[in-house]
Design a protein around this ligand. Sequence first.
Ligand code: FMN
Length: 323
Amino acid sequence: MAGGPTTSELVVAAARAGHVAQLAAGYRSAEAMVDEIAAVRAAGVEVFGVNLFVPNVHPIAPDDYAAYARSLAGDAERLGVAVDAPVTEDDDAWGEKISALAVDPVPLVSFTFGLPDAADIARLRAAGALTAQTVTSRDEARAAEAAGIDLLVVQGAAAGGHSGVWAAGARPAERPLPALVAEIAVDAPLPIVAAGGVASASDVAAALAAGAQAVAVGTALLRATESGTSPTHRAALVDPRFRETALTRAFTGRYARALVNHFVAAHDAVAPIGYPAIHHLTRPLRAAASAAGDAERLHLWAGRGWRAAREAPVGEILASLIP
Ligand SMILES: Cc1cc2nc3c(=O)[nH]c(=O)nc-3n(C[C@H](O)[C@H](O)[C@H](O)COP(=O)(O)O)c2cc1C
């Protein structure tokens, strides 16, 4: 979980409790990723993963970008920031991160937002890493297998945060996680990790019964003692004023599931497709909202099972999810 919730402490505590946890390399420099890997190893943990954002630019027309920036002016003014960055379409330091992980491999490297080149996958596998690919459909699963991926992370639409869907502007299919897992498991020879909306031991049991070999959670850990979730985000997760989640492009120009707050209500309908440009455009506004404790203008990532997220040590939360 990039953007703060995943800390090296969270990964270490989950690993000590017998789970495989992943560091979030998204939005970070390659150096920061390497430092976090060192911190996990220094704590004596050897089995863990690193999650990367695959460069998959969804370009945006300058006029659409400018129009969306104008529509954010009221919120920006209220927070005392400017929302006027030029269009930025970076690759999240992909090449540096792959090189660092090829030189000094970790046991598991996972990808979201798109499929890496087969050469990059092969490079990491040759270095000794297992590779995992987030997929949201059967077509994506087949392409991942053909590219040499070792295991699939099948992500349902109930998942908190960004959808890993590959196509520009596509909305992930709305279907229960067990149904999606079963559809992909039918002809996928690769092991499946199921993710999205898992909030109880019975959700885990249903995903395993549908054909998954393992289950992953995100939202369930947002209030964990060891997570780095901001105080404003933590408080919003138990604030009765937030009553539902929605898949929205309003924050980053790519579909992500968040609690419905003022920002979503005001901007979702006009939000363009445009990742990572819209992510960079709204970033100062979101940073100011976080600093000001303004939950109405912050991206409150949450999966559909958010009400079950508890404040407890990660080991305790994960133990309660075992069927
Ligand atoms: C706050 C937050 C941040 C996330 N960041 C990432 C990320 O950096 N990379 C990624 O592959 N998935 C990310 N996800 C999605 C998770 O990997 C996973 O698919 C999702 O949390 C599963 O659904 P759940 O939140 O309902 O448990 C994030 C999810 C949340 C809630």
